[in-house]
Design a protein around this ligand. Structure first.
Ligand code: ATP
Length: 450
């Protein structure tokens, strides 16, 4: 295009001349810039409003004092903090934290931390803070909430959220009763497959002779006495998620068969000629250390790597004691709905619970609360209503149990007096499980290990 020599190009403005503060204020999420000493250098309007700090009072304040109401940096409280990552290796980092508003209300937030440099090249941490709506603040599965605010639990929730966004297979590891099944439902619900089925396979009840018919299904007349066609568990999960619970219990021959199906997604129903396909996302769970089992050759290495594209560890309750009151409260609400009533813990009863070690984790807490509710005369649960059933793996942290302690020193946590207990409960595994605060499956597994 022809230009007159008199036409001057428009001047190019440099970014330096821009008012950074007004650019930050355009952001609807709270944003804050922090130096290496945790001092706030700048923050946008949303941040100031959210945490109740005036413009004059902001610069130089410590970030942890403003958002955590804590005098020490979050990582000293055991939290995973972007400050550490950004200043150590300059990598962006995303975490989930609990922040407090000016009056002390807790809210779950997602923080994205990035490196920012000034003109001299000095490094700062720029944080974008996204407040999670209530329904995301505690992962909710139907009416089951995964409750907790401890750093260990928040880390675990963050991993669950991140992993749910992918289609990779996930291995959940954690002690019995720690919430693996709940985590599997959460993973499914947060995934793109949420509107498709979540099928649970209890691997303790999948012996070799049932694998084909149960897992892959069968055609009519596939074997003597077989009446109709049956869709197997794998096919039922097509488009959705297959949860392999207690996967470490699968016998080796079944592991080989399972691997073959998982590798290709292709299978034939028992007695069927057609090769079928199912598109299934796998979540597996185990309370046994599968790596050790691989080393001992009791678990196939190739299957392990097929299952464990992402590993998520669920922390035991004794490593997140600060979660006990919150979980107890939710469990009491649940018991109240089921039994028709309202109960709450007295301060002393809560203190007693918080000092206990919970070898049976959240399931044991639920059983203890059910018994306490049954014993309580009114809506208040007192310390004498709180009865512990197990002696712990860490007796030094345990409060003396009023009932006769059970030794869990046996193989893989198996109580040494299991045969005695079975005879007391006339072989009823469910009652033994309830008594011990473990799942019925766990008792089943112990019996098959003997
Ligand atoms: N964070 C939590 N908040 C509230 N309830 C929880 C939490 N974690 C677990 N629960 C409850 O504790 C009980 C046991 O959880 P779950 O069955 O998921 O444990 P698990 O690890 O799969 O146990 P197992 O290995 O014995 O099968 C369930 O009633 C579950 O709803």
């Amino acid at each position: 295009m022809w230009r007159s020599p008199l036409d001057k190009p428009a001047p190019v403005h440099s970014l330096e001349a821009l008012d950074v503060q007004s650019a930050m204020d355009l952001q609807q999420h709270p944003m804050v810039v922090i130096d290496a000493e945790y001092r706030i250098v700048a923050a946008n309007r949303a941040y100031r409003e959210c945490y109740g700090v005036s413009e004059e009072d902001l610069v130089g304040r410590r970030c942890h004092q403003v958002s955590h109401h804590s005098d020490v940096p979050c990582h000293e409280n055991g939290e995973d903090c972007p400050h550490q990552t950004v200043f150590r290796n300059g990598e962006p980092h995303e975490v989930r934290h609990v922040h407090y508003d000016p009056v002390g209300n807790a809210e779950h937030v997602r923080i994205r931390g990035h490196v920012l440099r000034d003109l001299r090249g000095q490094r700062f941490l720029a944080e974008e803070i996204i407040h999670l709506p209530r329904e995301q603040s505690e992962i909710t599965c139907t009416d089951m909430r995964m409750v907790g605010r401890s750093p260990a639990f928040l880390r675990c929730l963050h991993h669950i959220e991140m992993a749910a966004r992918t289609d990779a297979s996930i291995l959940l590891w954690g002690e019995s009763g720690v919430g693996k099944e709940l985590a599997a439902s959460a993973l499914h619900q947060f995934s793109a497959r949420a509107d498709k089925p979540l099928i649970t396979v209890d691997c303790t009840t999948l012996p070799e002779h049932l694998f084909e018919s149960e897992f892959l299904g069968h055609e009519r007349g596939a074997y003597t006495g077989c009446i109709g066609r049956k869709i197997g568990l794998f096919e039922s999960a097509d488009g959705g998620t297959l949860f392999l619970d207690e996967v470490g219990e699968l016998p080796l021959p079944v592991q080989a068969k399972l691997l073959r199906v998982l590798e290709t997604g292709a299978f034939r129903r028992l007695g069927g000629a057609d090769l079928l396909h199912a598109n299934v996302r796998i979540i597996a769970a185990s309370n046994r250390n599968l790596r050790e089992m691989v080393a001992e050759r009791t678990f196939r290495e190739d299957l392990y790597y097929r299952l464990a594209a992402i590993n998520i560890d669920l922390p035991p309750l004794r490593e997140r004691r600060e979660d006990i009151p919150g979980i107890a409260c939710v469990l009491l609400e649940r018991i109240g709905r089921e039994w028709g009533g309202q109960w709450q813990l007295s301060t002393e009863a809560e203190r007693r619970l918080c000092a206990y070690n919970f070898p049976g984790n959240v399931r044991e807490l639920r059983n203890i609360l059910q018994k306490a509710v049954a014993l309580a005369d009114g809506p208040l649960i007192l310390p004498e209503h709180v009865h512990f059933l197990q002696s712990s793996h860490h007796p030094e942290e345990n409060i003396a149990a009023p009932t006769r302690p059970i030794s869990f020193s046996g193989r893989r946590g198996r109580p040494t007096n299991l045969p005695e207990l079975l005879s007391t409960f006339q072989g009823n595994r469910r009652q033994v499980a309830e008594h011990l605060g473990v799942s019925e499956r766990t008792v089943y597994r112990w019996l098959h290990q003997s």
